[in-house]
Design a protein. Structure first.
Length: 669
């Protein structure tokens, strides 16, 4: 459905089937080489209450055979499914590049699809076109990606708005990482997605290719690299070195650039951090720009730099990242002028595909957080139903003081009713697809071949209790351990899981690692090793952090304001980096905790009376006794240990050492 072009030019809203609103993890498969397994402990043997289960399996479970299908059987099954599946529809051919077309880090693909919605999304999310077909015809390798909504049409049969398979078990999001003996020309990797038209299930360049397949490619490549579920943010800092007392004229020192990546699980704040607004008081010295909001491909690159002082050529190494995508597939609810003005400005540029948002009668869009008021004549919700007109009792209870139901509720209750009502209009996983170039703060180098050099990596999740606002790991491997034991409360980004449950989500990659996760942890450790120069630590190795924007008090309110105030933590991270690069070892801007170094209150530059941080306790790691004579951290570590045990012999030794080191620090505290 077209959107009012005066509001959002060249934009459309799509409503999906209610059976197809997010990624289907239980229908996602990654077939590996013979003898390789995705995990040591299968779901059926995981301890109860662990808060973890595998999302992908190597093959579909076959009850008759009493086992998972192997690669050959999965392939056979998918080819059978695809036979005749597009009958009565148009098949589109989409040649695409993940990454700037000129970049040595980029990878090509060809997606076939019978969904125009998918074609439009791929057009925005990837670089597409005949030039790419040309490169492929000249011999550049590509990954074949099959996609079908899986609903052939008989002659004369009327189509539905959003065709997809009605049974979850008819959907297959399948990845292959070995050559097909019957089709050797197609190469080692391929993707076959059947039955769903939504997001990560169907826009195959995104999660299927740029994370699952690419993570496996990076691990297998002799030139080891990583594909991560990370935003990429650049920070520019030009410090004021003096202010003329008479004229107030400021003199600025040399500019420093920092690149920070952030891995947070789906719907936990990547897009928001990627487009963060710098709080007003810092804007003289600080600004930010966006390189990517969801995926980073990271390479270790050897560089030669001339030391300006000595004139000597110094060989060193950097980690550099590219954003393989060219669009944002952002979560709509919670996106508004107050929370993410840069995303809103990106949307004002138009060329958007909205999915499962509510629409208004004048062709505008609506979701919770976009606006605080409903249009008088209500909206059409994501399911296509008219909702919230003036006489609707569900609206009157929070909106009409003359209504009896309104008077019966307390102010607090009315607020809650309003939130609930607004939340039901657009689907919680409703999205916008928009080109990166429209972002007003897109980084000038976002599309360059070499990517940007990394300074810090941040991991985080939704944790309403315990986890402090920010800690800096003592070393790369400790950072790897913090990433590996990331836990987060689940969100609506996944179709087949309840929201709000505490789950382990290592590196925010639980649904996206395309090979054995123990090996994946090891790959992370190896990347740290690879950064060493002649066996010695390299100052360019990114610093590692763990953050939590989502701590709540007993009333369920956020203790930390979040959004643009997260920049206070980012600023602290960048200043730490600068200090390290200068060889300055002073510790006044940090406090030691058993988990690593946390910021001091002063280093966050909070206003004296503030509602940004309402409980300073979230800066530290509580070590006092908690429930049942056991500290909460002791319990947390026990749970993390149970999780790491799941990996058995696949768990790298380095991580065991790091784990014990944190336990020692906790015991000593
Ligand atoms: P995916 O696209 O699914 O990978 O999600 P994402 O990680 O990019 O998450 P996004 O930035 O879109 O944010 C998801 C939700 O979290 C939105 O509703 C945001 O409003 C909310 N959110 C983001 N940052 C913060 C924050 O600092 N504090 C709070 N309280 N909410 C936040
Ligand atoms: C996510 O779930 O992390 C997304 C949306 O970015 S999807 O492309 O559907 O995976
Ligand atoms: Mn994502």
């Amino acid at each position: 459905m077209p959107i009012n072009p005066y509001l959002y030019p060249n934009s459309y809203a799509a409503r999906s089937s209610p059976l197809d609103v997010a990624r289907s993890e239980s229908r996602t498969f990654v077939s590996l080489e013979d003898g390789k397994s995705l995990y040591h402990t299968p779901n059926s043997k995981l301890p109860a209450n662990l808060g973890f289960s595998w999302s992908c399996s190597a093959g579909e479970y076959d009850a008759e055979k009493g086992r998972e299908l192997n690669t050959e059987e999965m392939r056979g099954k998918l080819f059978l499914k695809f036979t005749g599946c597009m009958r009565g529809r148009t098949m589109f051919v989409i040649p695409f590049s993940m990454g700037p077309v000129c970049s040595p880090f980029s990878k090509l693909g060809i997606q076939l699809s019978d969904s125009l919605y998918v074609v439009a999304n791929m057009y925005t999310m990837t670089r597409t076109g005949l030039g790419i077909l040309q490169k492929i015809s000249e011999g550049t390798p590509f990954v074949p990606c099959w996609h079908s909504v899986g609903v052939p049409l008989l002659p004369g049969e009327k189509d539905v708005m959003w065709p997809c398979c009605r049974e979850q078990n008819d959907k297959y999001i399948s990845h292959f990482t070995t050559p097909d003996p019957e089709r050797p020309l197609l190469g080692k990797y391929s993707i076959m997605s059947f039955g769903s038209g939504y997001g990560g299930n169907a826009i195959l360049g995104k999660k299927c290719y740029a994370l699952r397949i690419a993570s496996k490619m990076g691990r297998d490549d002799p030139d080891k690299w990583m594909a991560e579920h990370m935003l990429i943010l650049r920070v520019k800092y030009t410090p004021i070195v003096s202010v003329d007392p008479a004229t107030k004229k400021k003199t600025f020192g040399p500019t420093e650039y920092f690149t920070v990546t952030g891995a947070f699980p789906s719907a936990c704040g990547k897009t928001n951090m990627a487009m963060i607004e710098v709080p007003a008081e810092f804007r003289d010295e600080w600004s930010v720009s966006t390189v990517g909001d969801d995926i980073a491909w990271i390479h270790v690159v050897e560089t030669e730099k001339t030391d300006p002082k000595t004139g000597k050529v110094v060989k060193t190494k950097e980690m550099r990242a590219i954003n393989p995508e060219s669009g944002f597939f952002g979560v709509a609810p919670g996106t508004g002028e107050k929370t993410n003005a840069n995303a809103m400005a990106t949307l004002r540029g138009g060329n958007i595909i909205f999915t499962n948002v509510a629409t208004t009668f004048n062709g505008d869009v609506f979701w919770d957080g976009l606006s605080d008021t409903l249009p008088d004549d209500g909206v059409i919700d994501w399911k296509g139903n008219k909702r919230g007109w003036k006489s609707d009792p569900a609206r009157r209870v929070f909106d009409d003081p003359t209504y009896e139901g309104y008077q019966k509720l307390s102010e607090q209750e009315r607020k809650m009713k309003k939130r609930q009502f607004f939340n039901s209009l657009a689907h919680p996983n409703s999205r916008y697809t928009t080109p990166c170039v429209q972002c007003p703060i897109i980084d000038p180098e976002w599309n360059t071949a070499d990517g940007v050099p990394l300074d810090a990596m941040v991991f985080g999740g939704r944790r309403s209790t315990l986890i402090p606002l920010a800690v800096r790991a003592r070393s790369w491997n400790q950072g790897v351990l913090l990433g590996a034991t990331l836990r987060s409360e689940t969100t609506a980004a996944v179709q087949d899981r309840a929201s709000g449950v505490l789950n382990f989500d290592p590196f925010a990659m639980r649904p996206f690692v395309g090979y054995n996760m123990g090996e994946y942890f090891e790959h992370w450790c190896d990347m740290g090793e690879k950064m060493k120069v002649d066996g010695a630590e390299n100052v360019n190795t990114p610093d590692m952090y763990f953050v939590n924007w989502f701590r709540k008090n007993e009333k369920g309110e956020f203790i930390w304001n979040g959004f643009s105030d997260n920049f206070r933590v980012i600023r602290w991270i960048c200043l730490n980096r600068l200090q390290k690069k200068k060889g300055d070892t002073s510790t006044e801007r940090q406090q030691d905790t058993p988990l690593g170094y946390a910021p001091t209150m002063a280093s966050l530059n909070l206003p004296p009376k503030n509602d940004i941080l309402t409980d300073a306790a979230i800066l530290t790691v509580p070590t006092a006794e908690g429930v049942d004579g056991e500290t909460e951290w002791a319990r947390e570590m026990k749970e993390r240990k149970n999780f790491l045990d799941v990996f058995g012999p696949d768990l790298p030794k380095q991580l065991k050492t790091e784990f014990n080191d944190i336990v020692d620090h906790l015991v000593a505290a």
